[in-house]
Design a protein around this ligand. Structure first.
Ligand SMILES: [Zn+2]
Length: 380
């Protein structure tokens, strides 16, 4: 993964708009195919407002990322079993091509801002995010990601900092957030990036565990789960079922702790689809896409069991200018092409399932998706 790390680092350093003209081909052979989940569609399109909303962000996930997973999985995915689809435009307030911080903030706060901003507006002033807004109605929230907790997307749902790379300050915002559950990498990142003072403050507010098998988990009122760097790293580097397992845990944990009438909001991020695409690592990207699809299955199974849960699956932007080259779906063989190591400004697909899924059809801005979620939870 050394090449990949180098390219990821370069992508962060170089301006996002810098054209990186290239064509890098990649392939996956005998992809590990999974059986998809076909939802019941009983609650899909209901006109009543949902009690719970699960927002799933595949970081960097454009049409070709989804299509790569779809064909590598034999011509099926759980996410493509859904009916309500839309397009999301992702431009930030100061750039045609967004970064994850500006787009994460647009989803989290319902407002566009500048690239690199985490939960602040164009004047660098904090703007409330969904967990903070819905807490006023006693709706509880959670965040799950395969990125580090200080990564731009998870950070947008609890932090307010003018620069996404202010990792220490971002961790410092966690104890003051209203989150009931959070889980993202890693034990190592927490030790390295959070100050001793922040670590103490986090442990005062949350029960912090390093395994979901820890007996303290179900006694906790508010919980943080810190996996190891390997458990929250790339699938191709040894991560197993962290994302689907923690998604299934999160919905159960939040359901047991929420006010029965008020419900919860959960953000789940498949972060490494983006990171693998920055590195032009096609096999790694497809493996991350397939894993994200298994996390989507967990959210949809919960939505079917509960009946009053809206699941929205989208992305913050496309990464890699990715397209398909060739494939043999029956064998799980796919070839793809990247034309960039950066984000691109092309709109991304959105899928929705459950009550009011119809509100998310059509073409919309990323900030409008955030606004709609806030409206559905606050006006119910
Ligand atoms: Zn990225």
């Amino acid at each position: 993964m050394r090449k990949h790390l180098l390219l990821s680092a370069l992508a962060l350093i170089l301006p996002l708009a810098l054209p990186a003209q290239q064509i890098v081909k990649g392939r996956i052979e005998n992809a590990p195919q999974h059986k998809t989940y076909m939802p019941t569609f009983k609650s899909d399109g209901d006109t009543k407002y949902p009690k719970n909303i699960i927002l799933m962000i595949g970081d960097g996930t454009g049409l070709a990322h989804i299509a790569s997973g779809y064909y590598a999985n034999g011509g099926q995915l759980t996410v493509t079993n859904l009916k309500a689809c839309g397009w999301v435009t992702t431009q930030s307030a100061d750039a045609f091509t967004t970064d994850s911080a500006a787009s994460g903030t647009a989803y989290a706060c319902g407002q566009k801002t500048y690239n690199n901003a985490v939960g602040v507006d164009m004047d660098r002033k904090p703007i409330p995010n969904i967990p903070e807004i819905v807490a006023e109605r006693k709706i509880i929230s959670g965040v799950v990601s395969t990125d580090d907790m200080h990564g731009a997307t998870p950070a947008s749902f609890f932090a307010h900092q003018p620069q996404r790379r202010m990792y220490t300050e971002i961790w410092g915002d966690l104890p003051g957030s209203p989150l009931t559950f959070w889980s993202a990498g890693s034990q190592e990142a927490f030790a390295a990036k959070a100050t001793a003072e922040t670590q103490k403050a986090v442990r005062e507010v949350f029960t912090v565990v390093t395994s979901l098998d820890d007996p303290d988990v179900w006694q906790a009122g508010r919980l943080g789960y810190l996996p190891t760097a390997v458990e929250s790293g790339y699938i191709v580097d040894g991560r197993t079922d962290f994302l689907p397992k923690t998604t299934a845990f999160a919905v159960k944990f939040l359901k047991e702790r929420c006010n029965r009438r008020r419900g919860f909001f959960l953000m789940v991020e498949g972060a490494r689809i983006d990171k693998a695409s920055h590195g032009n690592e096609y096999e790694s990207m497809v493996r991350e896409m397939l894993d994200f699809d298994e996390a989507i299955e967990q959210a949809l199974r919960f939505a079917d069991a509960e009946g009053n849960t809206l699941v929205i699956i989208c992305a913050d932007h496309e990464t890699g200018g990715t397209t398909l080259w060739n494939g043999d779906p029956a064998k799980g063989n796919m070839e793809g092409v990247f034309v960039s190591t950066h984000h691109t400004p092309i709109p991304i697909p959105l899928f929705a399932y459950g009550p009011r899924s119809q509100d998310f059809m059509g073409v919309q801005g990323n900030e409008e998706v955030g606004q709609k979620i806030i409206k559905l939870l606050m006006q119910r």
